[in-house]
Design a protein around this ligand. Structure first.
Ligand code: DQA
Length: 152
């Protein structure tokens, strides 16, 4: 029998290792572990098997994306500031793609103009921003629909 298509990689980029030290009015004041714990619970509720990755190294992030489909059937990506300027990371996502949702905690459409640009345009199923942690719940639900894991 073939393997269930239910593995979701949750990828965080630069500065997410210090999430709790960043502006709480934008990013919620939680630690990355607290955020990942919540995402893990939502994933489990929808029959998804989560894995987590964070790095401050652009090279490591690209390397992970080059092999994305080896460990994941879908992905949630919040690449932080890289989102807005790293064409290298956009190109890396195109190398070995899986259905991916882009998430931002803050409302990037209503902040500085440079944050409105995303290198993932045209590469992701959907972009969710400005919903705080709840954005990840919405992303998990959207991927569960795409992978059809919600059946009991
Ligand atoms: C962010 C938005 C980015 O503009 C910023 O550089 C981040 C976090 C968010 O989740 O709101 O690091 O991706």
């Amino acid at each position: 029998m073939s393997r269930a298509q239910n593995r979701v990689a949750i990828l965080h980029g630069v500065n997410f290792d210090v999430l709790e030290r960043r502006d709480a009015s934008l990013y919620g004041g939680m630690t990355l572990s607290e955020l990942e714990y919540k995402i893990g619970n939502w994933a489990g509720e929808h029959g998804l098997e989560p894995s987590f990755f964070q790095t401050n190294s652009e090279a490591e992030f690209c390397g992970y994306l080059h092999r994305l489909s080896e460990g994941a059937d879908a992905a949630i990506i919040n690449a932080g500031a890289w989102t807005h300027y790293s064409r290298a990371i956009g190109d890396a996502l195109a190398v070995d793609p899986v259905p991916t949702i882009e998430v931002h905690l803050s409302d990037v459409e209503n902040r500085e103009d440079w944050r409105k640009v995303s290198v993932f345009d045209g590469l992701v199923e959907e972009k969710i921003s400005g919903q705080g942690v709840d954005g990840y719940r919405l992303a998990v639900e959207a991927l569960a629909k795409i992978l059809d894991t919600d059946r009991d």
